[in-house]
Ligand binder design. Structure first.
Ligand SMILES: Cc1ncc(C[n+]2csc(CCOP(=O)(O)OP(=O)(O)O)c2C)c(N)n1
Ligand SMILES: [Mg+2]
Length: 522
């Protein structure tokens, strides 16, 4: 059927069939042959840096709930992208990453740009990596990688492709792989334990949102009456933050976690680690109450401090639990945890973070997606800008800065009909500032708010946890984000007075095309 086609044509036919007609990337000599006679129904999003290409594709893929294609330039380009590949791995985003390699006929002689370990370079933070043994295997290798990327737990995959492969004649290709699905886990013991529990607590994580289990978890929370804590440092949000049972964000230290669960007789962790630590603490780490954990990742279950893991598709497992006859209990339904912080802020003088988030929340379209990479704003976000819908909040699950701004461009490309809002710290913005160039070229429906506090404030805050009185290199004074935006074709304004904030935000939300607002914060 494919006789007479080139490897390139065979690959493009397959990609078209899978709806993969957009490449994110940054090209070089070893990739040019891949794009010879580039068909009109495909497009290429130029990112100006490989790290931005991967993050942009990550945002695009997450917001579309579909995998995305990336093309990087040889080993050096892959190296540039390693931070955001690591983030995509932690985010669990299905990305099909290709990179050019020198032509096979000269590989023996260690040519310019050549890496003899191209597939190893991205390991271990990739689900699968290969440089196919023959040119004719390239389309099938990409299809195999795509299948692995889409199989839970999802993640990025990598194929290194020599430049002369694309013009080779393809062979007939049979046995094309299809995505694999994961069944529900066994909930028998959990259903019994929940029915017997007098005071259960639930911990929700980003995987709940990623696996489409948002409604199922809300139903479980309401049926069980359990308060729901959200895991810290997650890439997505798995439970509505205005819900009466939302208790807050779990601390990221063993002591804080044990304290939080005091008095509970059952802990159910859904779609996240048990538990996520950022700082150490005294042993024992494990809370006293019995723990159950639902995840589609055996590795995540194996990392738990205690308890019983249930391996399975998260949504299907929650649905099985809800349907279980053992599950019903006599506890009061939907208890209000009542622990919510009261919003408070001033409307005059310098702009405070609470006033900024509150005003933005009041003015924004509730359907808008939020992309965040502004570390010291995190504590205030659930209070002043609560996320109450699935698929609406994206940040990096790795802790690696340089994701947010590029990802917001990708999210905006996936959602052209509603304004995407990026909340980006001044420090974070500088890890991928050239992403604004793609936003301008793509005329993205994107509002970028740069939170300019003139420093890496998170590190100042963290220093005290390590008994440090001073930090080095955390002062960022002198950056001009209005100029940085305008230089790349993005309209920009600066605001530093609370009295002016509402008008500026309203303009930014209504503007056609991308806009950046530099918000000066104390
Ligand atoms: C790639 C990478 N490099 C360095 C860090 C360490 N880091 C964590 S928070 C932070 C400061 C971020 O500054 P900014 O975006 O201005 O936010 P703020 O802390 O001021 O809220 C830094 C540098 C990181 N997380 N990732
Ligand atoms: Mg800052």
């Amino acid at each position: 059927m494919f006789q007479g086609q080139s490897v390139r044509e065979q690959f493009l036919d397959w990609a078209r069939e899978k709806g993969l007609t957009r490449f994110f990337g940054n090209p070089g000599s070893t990739e040019l042959t891949m794009f010879r006679d580039f068909p009109d129904d495909f497009d290429y999003v130029m990112s100006l840096h490989e790290g931005c290409a991967v993050a942009m594709a990550d945002g695009y893929a997450q917001a579309r709930r579909a995998p995305a294609l990336i093309n990087l330039h040889s080993a050096a380009g892959v190296g540039n992208a390693m931070g955001t590949i690591f983030t995509a791995f932690r985010n669990g985003t299905p990305l099909i990453i290709t990179a050019g390699q020198q032509s096979r006929s000269i590989l023996l002689h260690d040519p310019f740009l050549h890496s003899d370990r191209a597939a190893e370079l991205v390991r271990p933070h990739i689900k699968y990596a290969i440089e196919p043994a023959r040119a004719q295997d390239v389309p099938a290798a990409i299809a195999k990688a795509w299948q692995i990327a889409l199989t839970a737990p999802m993640g990025p995959v990598f194929v290194s492709i020599p430049a002369d492969d694309w013009d080779q004649t393809a062979e007939p290709w049979t046995g094309r792989p299809a995505p694999l699905s994961v069944a529900a886990g066994d909930v028998t013991a959990l259903a019994e334990a929940l029915a017997a529990s007098a005071n259960p607590v639930i911990v929700a994580g980003g995987e709940v949102d990623r696996s489409g289990a948002w409604d199922a978890l809300v139903a479980l929370a309401e049926a069980s009456g359990a308060p729901v804590w959200h895991a810290p440092l997650e890439g997505r949000i798995g439970f509505p933050q205005s819900h009466a049972q939302f208790a807050g964000i779990l601390p990221a230290d063993p002591g804080g976690i044990r304290e939080t669960f005091a008095g509970h007789d059952l802990i159910l962790v859904v779609g996240t680690r048990a538990f996520t630590y950022h700082i150490e603490g005294p042993k024992p780490f494990a809370p006293e109450a019995p723990l159950f954990q639902i995840s589609d990742s055996a590795e995540m279950l194996a990392a738990a401090v205690s308890g019983q893991g249930i391996l399975g598709d998260i949504k299907r497992t929650l649905e099985a639990l809800l349907a279980s006859t053992n599950f019903r209990s006599s506890r009061a339904q939907s208890r209000d945890v009542g622990a919510r912080a009261e919003p408070s802020f001033t409307r005059e003088g310098p702009i405070t973070l609470p006033y900024l988030l509150h005003t933005l929340n009041r003015l924004r379209d509730p359907a808008s997606a939020i992309v965040e990479e502004a570390p010291t704003s995190r504590g205030d976000l659930p209070v002043y800008l609560p996320i109450d819908r699935p698929d609406q909040f994206f940040t990096c699950a790795s802790g690696g800065l340089g994701f947010g701004l590029a990802a917001s461009v990708g999210v905006a490309m996936a959602r052209p009909d509603v304004r995407t809002i990026a909340l980006i710290g001044d420090g974070s913005a500088m890890y991928g500032i050239q992403s604004l160039h793609a936003a301008a070229r793509e005329k993205s429906n994107l509002l970028v708010l740069v939170f300019n506090n003139g420093r890496y404030a998170a590190l100042d805050g963290f220093a005290s946890k390590f008994q440090l009185h001073t930090t080095v290199g955390c002062d960022l004074a002198g950056l001009d984000f209005v100029k940085l935006a305008e230089a790349q074709g993005v309209a920009a304004e600066r605001v530093d007075a609370a009295e002016a904030l509402e008008d500026v935000l309203a303009r930014g939300l209504a503007a056609a095309g991308p806009m950046l607002i530099e918000v000066m914060l104390p």
